[in-house]
Design a protein around this ligand. Structure first.
Ligand SMILES: [Zn+2]
Length: 456
């Protein structure tokens, strides 16, 4: 009996120990690979890529394979950098591997809590297998926040205090939200600048996207406020939105915005974002699922097997309380706007809003890539939005984001060319996460274990 208890106590540690990166791991070598480095350079054919520890130690076409290396014949296959999902809400530690299994080697968590801070460190150390993680503060919202566990602020002083508090707490950036009063928002913006921390999130209903851009908001999520800002009745509609107290009232504001859409205003706003280099994370995946929630196909999705029943119930509750006529039209316009943004030079980030209805951890990033292409990005531009752009966004492009010698080895090996059809990013043959290789068999095992964990 005692022995069993001891075993039960030490078993988790043994399992964790197994997850630690093996510093003496043999070098990994991909031979005859086609490298798509996402910079726009012509794909490099028949290349050898050597990974030593967590780094890409050599790339060439005439490199001798180091002794004892684990060699992967990548003939006819394509290497891309590890993918980022720049907008997730995912708190189920035992299913973090769903990201890795889908080639998503890094994520930006958009609603921080202390578990996420702890797991961020464990993943970085290699004691927990999951995507490298950047963690937002808890959501900072107005006096009556939309979500529980948000930080409620009423005015400039409370906004400033909240910034100092979340920085101290360990957030990587400040997350701003929809119901912030103007003075609180601008207080947050100024304090963030003084504290040397960035802020990102929704553009509050009380603020215009151009003002948010000028205030230094680093990224705008879900294109919040942008459709209204393109209306020739912008001020009037924003005023109505602040006062809207029901989904129907908000729907009416959206309808008016569509009817009064002004091409010139849209072009001016986009130019404004270009000038300030305000990043956009449109999260087309969640905009689409919101618009098409009523579709039966969502409820037949095989990937629901990875989603705990409790979360599925919450998703279905949202379906039952949903009107999609307006949101479908809005989505069409938003796709157009994202295409125009890319053409004008607005920097774009790929994010899904995973955790929201029918946005699946890992899997949905590939839907986002496809939607970005539908919006008008080329496949390489879409790939860049999920690789080099996030690395640049965080100032990490010296170590991540492309396939170059000396960079961290986060890689995805594909069975088909993603530049011909971006959906080929789903044909994953192997993933390298922080220097650790997972072949198809290992990835399938990971998926099986995540399914078990989700249904426990
Ligand atoms: Zn979100």
């Amino acid at each position: 009996m005692k022995l069993r208890i001891v075993l039960l106590l030490i078993l988790p540690f043994l399992l964790l120990a197994r997850e630690k990166p093996n510093r003496t791991q043999a070098p990994i070598v991909f031979t005859h690979a086609t490298i798509i480095d996402v910079t726009g350079a012509v794909p490099r054919r028949d290349a050898t890529v050597v990974i030593t520890g967590d780094r890409i130690s050599a790339i060439g076409d005439n490199i001798s394979v180091p002794a004892g290396a684990q060699v992967v014949d990548a003939s006819g296959k394509f290497l891309i950098p590890g993918l980022w999902d720049m907008h997730v809400h995912w708190y189920l530690r035992d299913t973090f591997t769903l990201f890795i299994a889908n080639g998503v080697t890094s994520v930006r968590q958009m609603f921080g809590n202390s578990d996420l801070l702890r797991w961020r460190e464990q993943i970085a150390k290699g004691s927990l297998l999951g995507p490298r993680t950047v963690v937002a503060s808890p959501i900072i919202d107005g006096p009556e926040p939309i979500w529980p566990n948000s930080i409620a602020v009423r005015n400039e002083e409370e906004g400033r205090k909240a910034v100092r508090r979340v920085k101290q707490w360990g957030a990587d950036f400040v997350k701003v939200y929809a119901l912030l009063p103007r003075d609180a928002y601008f207080g947050i913006a100024d304090e963030a600048k003084q504290q040397g921390i960035t802020f990102a999130g929704h553009v509050p209903n009380s603020v215009s996207p151009a003002e948010a851009s000028d205030a230094g908001q680093k990224s705008i999520e879900h294109l919040t406020g942008i459709l209204i800002a393109c209306s020739d009745k912008e001020t009037e509609l924003r005023d109505k939105l602040v006062k809207a107290d029901s989904p129907e009232a908000r729907g009416r504001v959206q309808t008016s915005a569509l009817e009064t859409y002004d091409e010139k205003k849209a072009a001016d706003l986009i130019a404004h974002f270009v000038k300030n280099q305000t990043w956009q994370c449109p999260t087309l995946t969640v905009l689409r699922s919101n618009a098409y929630l009523g579709d039966e196909s969502f409820r037949r999705d095989g990937r629901l097997r990875y989603i705990p029943r409790l979360l599925q119930q919450r998703w279905n509750f949202r379906v039952a309380n949903h009107d999609s006529a307006v949101t479908k039209k809005v989505l069409q316009k938003q796709l157009e706007i994202v295409g125009a943004m890319q053409r004008a030079g607005v920097p774009i980030l790929a994010g899904t809003d995973t955790g929201n209805p029918f946005c699946f951890p890992g899997f949905s990033l590939h839907e986002e890539l496809a939607l970005l292409v539908i919006a008008g990005l080329t496949p390489v531009e879409a790939l860049r939005a999920a690789t080099l752009n996030p690395a640049k966004f965080f100032g990490l492009d010296q170590t991540l984001g492309t396939i170059e010698q000396g960079k961290i080895a986060d890689l995805v090996l594909l069975d088909a060319n993603p530049l011909l059809d971006v959906r080929n990013t789903q044909k994953i043959n192997a993933v390298v996460s922080n220097g650790r290789l997972f072949d198809r068999k290992a990835l399938d095992k990971m998926l099986g274990e995540a399914e078990v964990a989700a249904n426990r």
